[in-house]
Design a protein around this ligand. Structure first.
Ligand code: ITT
Length: 188
């Protein structure tokens, strides 16, 4: 088990940290945010990006660190933007995605999260996914990123952007990946 039940998340995104911290708290784990330089490689899969990143954080030599890489895979667009989600959001934005999806019937999408834990010289990966569809308009002002255009299948028709963090945490890709991490850590 972890000493002090504390681990650090290296992320530039405070929303991701907040969501993950709430999940880990349920398991008695304290997830702190680490402000550090992260190397983000360009690759086709999130697993490779997350693992590379966590393995190049110097602080990982002395304490347990997690990095999470997430992406939105739109089926009609053959998985775009996927590992390029961050760049696409910054460039064409939600409006650009909605434009690409104009008149498209198949709106299915998968949100995926890969959590890479670096601990005692080893890397462990935990994956979470949620299926849903792309809304036809931007809805909701909660959350961040793609939340206002993603409607999870298991929900009630609202986008993640129309949900509180706690509601999003019952269904999200991130919640699923971090729960897997928590179960693994607490069962050891
Ligand atoms: P890091 O510093 O942790 O890398 P980031 O914001 O770049 O933070 P990711 O690379 O994991 O995070 O995410 C890729 C993009 O997908 C980015 O634009 C996020 O805003 C967006 N995204 C990730 N998780 C999301 C979620 O739960 N809801 C909506 N958008 C999300």
């Amino acid at each position: 088990m972890l000493r002090g039940r504390t681990l650090w998340m290296a992320t530039g995104n405070p929303h991701k940290h907040r969501e993950a911290r709430i999940i880990l708290m349920e398991y008695g784990l304290d997830l702190r945010r680490l402000e550090t330089k992260r190397i983000e490689i360009q690759a086709d899969d999130l697993e490779e990006i997350a693992a590379y990143s966590v393995e190049h954080i110097p602080e990982a030599d002395s304490r347990p660190i997690v990095v999470e890489d997430a992406g939105l895979f739109i089926h009609h667009l053959k998985g775009f933007p996927g590992p390029y989600s961050s760049y696409v959001l910054k460039t064409i934005g939600l409006g650009g995605i909605l434009k690409l999806m104009e008149g498209v019937q198949n709106r299915e999408a998968t949100f995926k999260s890969v959590v890479a834990l670096r601990w005692r010289g080893e890397t462990h990966l935990f994956v979470g996914e949620v299926q849903g569809r792309i809304a036809t308009e931007i809805r909701g002002s909660q959350g961040f990123g793609y939340d206002p255009i993603f409607i999870p299948d298991e929900g009630d028709g609202r986008t993640f952007g129309e949900m509180t963090i706690r509601e999003k945490n019952t269904l999200s890709h991130r919640a699923r990946a971090f729960r897997r991490l928590a179960l693994w850590l607490t069962s050891r």
